[in-house]
Design a protein around this ligand. Sequence first.
Ligand code: IPM
Ligand code: MG
Length: 362
Amino acid sequence: MSFKIMLLPGDGIGPDIVSSAVKVMKLVAGKMSIPLEFSEGLMGGCSYEKYGTPLSEGVLAECKASDAVLLGAVGGPKWESLPHNLKPEAALLRIRKELGLFANIRPAKVYDSLVESSSLKAEVVKGTDFIVVRELTGGIYFGQPRGFNETRGWNTMEYSRPEVERIARIAFEMARSRNKKVTSVDKANVLEVSQLWRTVVHEIHKDYQDVALSDLYVDNAAMQIVKNPKQFDVIVTGNLFGDILSDISGMITGSLGMLPSASMGTRYALYEPIHGSAPDIAGQNKANPLATIASGAMLFAHSLKNAKASAVINEAIEEVLSEGFRTADIFSEGSKLLSTTEMTEAVLEKTEKILSQKESVL
Ligand code: IPM
Ligand code: MG
């Protein structure tokens, strides 16, 4: 039986980078005999143009009939003034909720060859490698009541015990396969919702005594990420805090255009680059496809449980970078400037080479 992947290229540079990732995934799947089946649909502004909604019921149903979704990026200035529920962002929130994608995994990894592009000093960031595990279907993003009128606006930050339990388990499991350290981030000195969060995380920790757990208030966490990012292994936090901390974490790596992400639930998973749709360079063959290619690597690792296939792709990315190949967003003096398609070719070539070396070893 083949594994069904639904492609949602989206807006702006989305279609360019998704097609790059699909090429790499097809190559690896072909060589390693992993049966994959792809279908494709519209989401975001492009869907609004065609169906009058950023996420149609048909596309949603197709996502539910697949095993994983690979998303490019959605949004653009063209749709910014639409009402809330018709904006491309609304589609993102809906798909997360409908597919039950409660755990958002965002790695903050500094590529050695890009260490100089960080906004922080090289010695502070070099070697940084942690992940933010963000709760994605609860908290203030979805809490009721919510609303606004002429004089007031209000939202509700709420977590239930089971919501905290399941995200805490994901974080502890991830830490087990890494450096066995979890930092839980909350605002328990002010918010009751955080007091529940903290209590439940510590209860779940009893099942993971081999993992070290510490707590940080969110303001301090933001500071620590900038001050000494190497201290972290796995950060687990709620929806809004995770939104903010994952942007900070991504930024300090100097490789925002390079970072993948995964959103997982019990049945489905969705993979996407962290960066946006970059409408200013859409269709110009300039976009950096590496974050989406790396999202494909995450798909192999998490959805297909194929760590080898994932490692091959990540190795190819590292090799291409260490040879000095760069797209415009990460270009610096002395490196070789490539277009989207050239970068994709470079990764394909390396992937092929790595796979043939592995074959000859076996
Ligand atoms: C993200 C984005 C979304 C979020 C927006 C676009 C709704 O910022 O994926 O981090 O806030 O979750
Ligand atoms: Mg965000």
